[in-house]
Design a protein around this ligand. Structure first.
Ligand SMILES: [Zn+2]
Length: 118
């Protein structure tokens, strides 16, 4: 049922912290991040970013990227206290209550601190 939690997701290499579709607050920004601000509430979906260089990305079909960023699969996910997320893979979120998660960004990447959302 939960392939990233159970470790059965195809291609998943363990150890890996599971958890996709993460919501948190930006705690810090990397030098290359200008779109986001500290304190903004954001989410990272299952599709957490594209490589931008594969054939499909070059054709503009980033949703079908051959090397997508998938939190909990290609990188550690939101079950961790802190998660690194691609800044390009996060979206503004204001519909989830709580506000107990924190997101940081480092040079185009972000960390999502998960405390209560999962
Ligand atoms: Zn791609």
């Amino acid at each position: 049922m939960r392939p990233t939690v159970m470790g059965t997701y195809p291609g998943l290499v363990l150890p890996r912290v599971p958890g996709h579709e993460v919501v948190g607050r930006i705690e810090a920004l990397g030098s290359g991040v200008s779109k986001w601000k500290i304190g903004q509430r954001v989410g990272v979906g299952f599709f957490g970013g594209e490589d931008g260089v594969c054939e499909l990305c070059r054709r503009g079909d980033i949703v079908n990227c051959q090397n997508p960023v998938i939190p909990g699969v290609t990188g550690d996910g939101g079950y961790a206290e802190v998660m690194i997320a691609e800044a390009r893979g996060i979206a503004y979120s204001n519909h989830c209550g709580g506000g107990r998660s924190t997101t940081r960004s480092h040079g185009g990447l972000g960390e999502v601190r998960r405390r209560a959302l999962r």
